[in-house]
Structure formats: C-alpha cells, structure tokens
Write a protein that binds this ligand. Sequence first.
Ligand SMILES: Cc1cc2nc3c(=O)[nH]c(=O)nc-3n(C[C@H](O)[C@H](O)[C@H](O)COP(=O)(O)OP(=O)(O)OC[C@H]3O[C@@H](n4cnc5c(N)ncnc54)[C@H](O)[C@@H]3O)c2cc1C
Length: 538
Amino acid sequence: MLQYRSYAFGKNHWRIDPDLRAILGIYWPEYVRRMQELDQFGAFAGGQAYEAAYAIDRSAAPAFLMHDVDGARVDRALLHSSHMDILRETARINRAPYEGGSWMEHFTFGYLLADPGLYCSLIVTNQTVYIIHKYAQEHKNWVEPLLSGTMWGATWMTESQGGSDLGANTTTAEAGESGWILNGEKYFSSNAGLTDLAVVSARPVGAPAGPKGIALFLVPRLRKNGELNFYVRRLKEKSATRAVPSGEVEFHQSEAWLVGEPSAGIYYTLEMLTVSRLANAIGAMGIARKAYFEANERALKRTAFGKPICEHPLMRRDLTDIAVRNAAGMALTMRAIAAFNASWQSAPPYTADYHYARFLSHLTKNRTADHSAAVTQLAMEIFGGVGFLDEYAIARWHREALITPIWEGTGNIQSLDMLEAMQKKQAHEPFLAEMIPILESHGGNIGKRVAEQVLQSVQTMKGFSETEAQWRSKELLNCFADAAQTALLYELADSAGERYAQIAELYAQRFCFHADYPAWAITAKSVWSYDPDANTAQ
Ligand SMILES: Cc1cc2nc3c(=O)[nH]c(=O)nc-3n(C[C@H](O)[C@H](O)[C@H](O)COP(=O)(O)OP(=O)(O)OC[C@H]3O[C@@H](n4cnc5c(N)ncnc54)[C@H](O)[C@@H]3O)c2cc1C
C-alpha cells in the first residue's frame, strides 16, 4: 500500500536520476552497455525493494530466535520471507569486482538500492569476500555461496569499550594444536544471526598492545563438529537500519582461521573499512536522492498561497540546496570510488595511488554524511506536518541518514585518519595535483579563489602543533572535500552541460566561501526544478 504514502514508490529510480547518468558518463562510461540491467534494477529499487524496506522498518524487523523447537541453541535472526527475497535478489551486486567487473558497477547498484539496512547486509558480505579474495584464498570455497546469496558474511571489530579505538580490542586469539581459538565479545555485530562466516578482529596472546597487535580471523558460525561456534546474546533495538540484524556476539573457545599475517591485521581491517566507507558514502547519497524524489514531487504538487509551493522563492532555495548537495556529493563519491577501483589490488605497504584512494574515502565518507542528514531533514520540512508522520515514506529517510555520520568511523575519526594520511604518506599531494589544475582552469575567479583557499589551508596547517592540527582537522577535511566537489562539478560541466557549472558555482559560494547564493539562482530552473513524469528516458 505504499502508493498512498510515497511519491517515489512505483517510479524507476534509474530513469528519474539524470545526475547519476551524467556522473557515470565520466567515472563508469561502460554503463551504457548495462542499460537494460540498470533499468530493471531502477524499477526494482523504486518498487519491490522500496516497499519491502518501508515494511521492514514499520513492522517486520528481524526477530531473534535463540532455541529451536528441540531446545537447541541456534541463535538465528528471523527475516520475513519478502526480506530474504530482496537480499537473495540483490546478492549478485557484490559479484562485479571479483569477476572482472568494477567497483563502479557494484556501487552504482548499491546507490540505487540505498536502504542502509539492506545494503549493510550486502556490504559486510562483500567485505568478507574481499578478505578471502585478497588474503585468504585457502578459503575460496566460501566465495560462491557468499556471492550467490545462499550464505552471508559479517565484519565484527567493535567492542563495548571502543569502536573508534580498535587498539582497545580485548578479544583474544590463541594458537592451539588444531587451529586458532577466540575468546571475547563484540558489541555491535551487524548480520548477527544471519551470517555464516564472520571476519573478526582479535589480539593473539603475546601480541603488542594497541592497533598493531590486532590480527584478523575468519570465524564460521558452526564448529567442525556442527555445533554453534559463537553465540548471539541479543539483537539491538535501533532507531533505523532495522533491516539488518545488529547484535552482540560472544566467542567462547570459538574456532577461527587466521587471515594472512597476524601483524598485518590492522592493515587488512583498514582496507575493509575503506570498502564500507565508500558504501556508506554512496548509501548516504542514495538516501538523499530518495528523499529528494519524495520532496521534489511534493513541491510540485502541494499549493500554498495560491500557487505550487515550488513557485515560492524560498522553496526554490530549499530545492536548490538539495540539488547542490546531491550533485556535489555524488560527484565526489564516484571520484573516490574510481580511485579505489584503480588501486584496490594493492597490498601492504601499498602504492601511492592506494593511499590517495584512502585519503579521498575520508573526505567522501564525512561530507556525504553531512549532505545526507541535511537533505533528508529539509525534505521532511518540505512535506510540512506530513513529513513528521511515520506512516509516510519521507519520515524514514532522515532516521536512516543519521547512521551515516557514525558507521564506519565518525567524522572525527575520518578527520584524524586523513591527517595521519597527510603526515605519514603525503596523501594530500596527489589531491592537490589533481584538484588545483581543475580549479585554476575552470570557473574563472571562483575556481581560482577555491584553489587559493586550499593551498593556504595546507600551508597554515604545517605550522600547527599536533594538538592544534587535530583541533582543526575536520575544518581542513571539509575545505578539501568542498574544493574537490567544486572542481569535480566544474569538470562534469565539460561533458554534461552548463547545469553543473551553475551547481559548482553555487556549491563554492555556499560551502567554500560561506556566502549567500547569487541572485541568478532564483530563476535557474534547470538547477532546482525537475519533472519526473516528463523525464523518463532510460
Ligand atoms: C547499527 C549499528 C551497526 C553497527 N555494526 C557494526 C558491525 O557490524 N561491526 C563493527 O565492528 N561495528 C559496528 N558498529 C559500530 C560502529 O562502527 C561504532 O559505533 C562506531 O565506529 C563508533 O564507535 P563507538 O560506538 O565505540 O564510539 P566511540 O569510539 O566511543 O566514540 C564516541 C565519540 O568519541 C569520538 N572520538 C573517539 N576517539 C576520538 C579522538 N581520538 N578524537 C576525537 N574524537 C574521538 C567519536 O568521534 C565519537 O563521537 C555498528 C554501529 C551501529 C550503530
């Protein structure tokens, strides 16, 4: 019954998203050969998946079953059959990078799906395959079941005493005669009760304290003798992302398989995190886009003071805010994914290209989370009072967006990781080498001023103590991210038209210069207005 509660439901989310096609034209031009699949997935994302995600959130969240009918401990999350159907149907989006395709493909489908609960189940499964693919080939027999949706993965690092500080992990690993044994607890464990094979961080006995002493393990749900290998204590009650069962997990003498070198565990973990940070970013922009689909149509249809609300100058401004954040966040995310796609096969100690991809992932993860929270909040407001009612689709998107600044490392952690990448790897140098020439050759005086700002910030930062550098690191991250979004939008205008040069200018004014939008934007209809019924080209 979602047709009565949503404007976006029943629409093809691929067809009504011209920004996506414009941006893919630069970063994944091969998409034109996959149009039919994208079109089908767009219909699925706006139809069956959209409705199922709404229903799961409202009334069909996973339940927890601790014992089977015979009283044996099974610790299973019970997912509604329509929920399982969606997961099985979408499992295939994880295949591309491992079967000669690209991460651009995977993340494009992830963006169209967007729902962070559903996408979380998929991406942690993807990360499990990632670890096997790169560092644990001896377990490659798990890959096909994980990619075909018959088995599920998980990535469990966070413990009750700390998620940001992985070096505080106390779960222990001990090498015995018949393999490694884990003891300890994980406090936030997504896909708990669903997973068949989890990637788990633990400290081998005798390993040093802190992050360098963390090793990574694969832990199957069942022991060799068929009994449960780890226990789910409970599932969490969450304000959103209800589609993914997230729980607390206990390891008691659990059988585990070491991944690669024990001393490199923290590097493998950070690699996995790069995958999920990019997923977080593309998911954040997917969420923002769904909220826009809802709000844009509301603004076209609702009247106040004798005309459609989209005709009022301040509503145009709201729609401009959303259009600017959405296009900019998408451009940055796709650029970061392209950088990862080009370097992801790199292993410790890593190439400079990989360090740059990681650097971009920090900028992207943090800034897209801001965009998603702001866009979804504004979209609710555009609906007026109805926007606050849980019975309509719009209200959910802001709740869902609020996980994106927290998951996969908060804004502070992205800022500190970026700082470290600058200090230890000079990862900002390829950033400057890419973005400054674009800014200096596009957008006239605006591009040049943004370039100057970035160079000045880097210079200023050099004189700071470590304490002051940390204090200012988020500001610096935003400066870089906003400059990159301006540059990438100007670059996009070269191939996709003037609309993106306009958005680049608006983005720079608002976010780089903290100034008001110029007055021409009031009548720049191509920026803030979009008629989904008139624009349904494939
Ligand atoms: C629904 C859900 C599902 C999750 N699923 C998983 C999962 O499957 N696997 C998993 O491993 N984790 C999972 N997590 C955990 C999540 O990744 C962590 O909650 C997150 O990384 C933050 O860690 P924390 O909660 O321990 O907060 P803390 O690390 O305690 O941080 C608290 C605050 O302190 C700040 N802070 C910490 N250190 C610093 C510093 N040095 N400087 C400045 N500020 C700092 C942080 O920015 C934050 O604002 C999940 C979380 C949720 C909500």
